[in-house]
Design a protein around this ligand. Structure first.
Ligand code: SF4
Ligand code: SF4
Length: 370
């Protein structure tokens, strides 16, 4: 039997779902099933990621969460879907996505489909691992989306740093002639949505609406079409030079980082970095709730350098993938600097290359952006 490279960690004691003053459909003490809709507002719907008892509201790092006590039974209300994933109309797909709030950027008029199989942070291994583990599911789902949406051109971008992943894909691509596989060196930025879309579509597809999906979106869409279930889980890379392994964890949305660290006996709380080593954010409090924006957790000892004065070498500007002036952005606070902060994709390359060790992205940190 093939050994899985993904570790399921779906049995933490409590789940924390972001409240944000939404309309509640549950009361304290009530029993909820996994996948039950428990709160909503005009733009968002939150489903329970486990079955269990609602304990009420709690405050974590100035955010309010509804706490659910996991009963480990994963009880779900029965759903009956016998439809093949190809057997949907465009409208049915659109309505399902809306009903289950699977994507916030679905454009039914799209004629170009961009699938991002390259992790946003180049040390992460989540997407390559998912592609290897769920090759057929992913390709079947992309193929079904092409048919349902009437897609004219579909690009599937994959990092070529994992030869096993490439071999598996290439061996399977014969049956999916409509998917155009694109291999790239993951130079830390190609997994960024804006950069990838520009790279793939800047020459001839400008007139078409473009639908962008990452690999986790594709897996969520497969589950939606196959089982009519909302997205209640995510995948993250757990790595770092203080661990002797690098893993992909499959966890419930709303898992507390503290419970992950406890599971793996990680006590090094001074060296936690969220979302990539170059552009990530150091956190000191492990009481931190994982949502869809969290892609990786590194337990990494980083050498502290003392910042010295800028020597005007220009390296930061030369390396910036979106052609802005990182030094100007950092040292100024005017209109131009604000515009640069908007355009910055927070890749961290400028700070990495800077010989004066100036943390140029510190003020323009876009940690909350997807
Ligand atoms: S300013 Fe720095 S962090 Fe922002 S995009 Fe340019 S190189 Fe990346
Ligand atoms: S790379 Fe650093 S030292 Fe060189 S110009 Fe940019 S901020 Fe100054």
């Amino acid at each position: 039997m093939k050994e899985s490279n993904i570790t399921n960690l779906l049995t933490t004691d409590y789940i924390y779902l972001p409240y944000n003053n939404m309309n509640l459909l549950i009361k304290d003490g009530e029993y909820v099933y996994k996948n039950d809709l428990i709160m909503y507002n005009e733009t968002n719907k939150i489903y329970s990621t486990v079955s269990g008892k609602v304990l009420g509201l709690t405050n974590i790092q100035n955010k309010k969460y509804i706490v659910i006590e996991n009963d480990y039974k994963d009880k779900i209300k029965k759903r009956t879907n016998k439809k093949n994933i190809n057997n949907y109309t465009k409208e049915e797909l659109y309505n399902l996505i809306k009903e289950y709030n699977i994507l916030d950027n679905f454009d039914i008029k799209s004629k170009v489909l961009v699938i991002n199989g390259i992790d946003k942070f180049n040390q992460d291994i989540t997407y390559n691992t998912l592609i290897k583990e769920y090759t057929t599911i992913i390709l079947d789902c992309i193929d079904a989306l092409i048919e349902i949406m009437g897609i004219k051109k579909c690009f599937f971008a994959v990092s070529n740093n994992d030869s096993e992943c490439i071999n598996i894909l290439v061996n399977n691509m014969g049956t999916y002639p409509k998917i155009d596989l694109k291999l790239y060196n993951n130079d830390n930025i190609i997994g960024n949505k804006k950069i990838l879309i520009n790279k793939l579509t800047n020459y001839k597809n400008k007139n078409y609406n473009i639908q962008y999906l990452n690999i986790i979106d594709v897996i969520n869409l497969y589950n939606l079409l196959k089982k009519h279930i909302p997205n209640t889980t995510t995948y993250i890379t757990l790595a770092g030079n203080l661990l002797n392994y690098k893993k992909v964890l499959h966890i419930n949305l709303g898992t507390n980082l503290y419970d992950i660290l406890k599971e793996y006996n990680i006590n090094d709380l001074d060296n936690m970095i969220i979302n990539g080593l170059l552009s990530g954010k150091k956190i000191t409090n492990p009481n931190f709730i994982i949502d869809n924006n969290i892609k990786s957790v590194y337990i990494e000892k980083i050498e502290e350098y003392k910042e010295i004065e800028c020597i005007n070498c220009g390296l930061c500007t030369n390396i910036c993938p979106v052609n802005i002036n990182p030094k100007y952005m950092y040292f100024n606070d005017d209109k131009k600097s604000k515009k640069y902060k908007e355009e910055c994709i927070n890749c961290g390359m400028c700070s990495y290359i800077c010989p004066s060790k100036i943390n140029l992205t510190e003020r323009g940190n876009k940690f909350d952006k997807k």
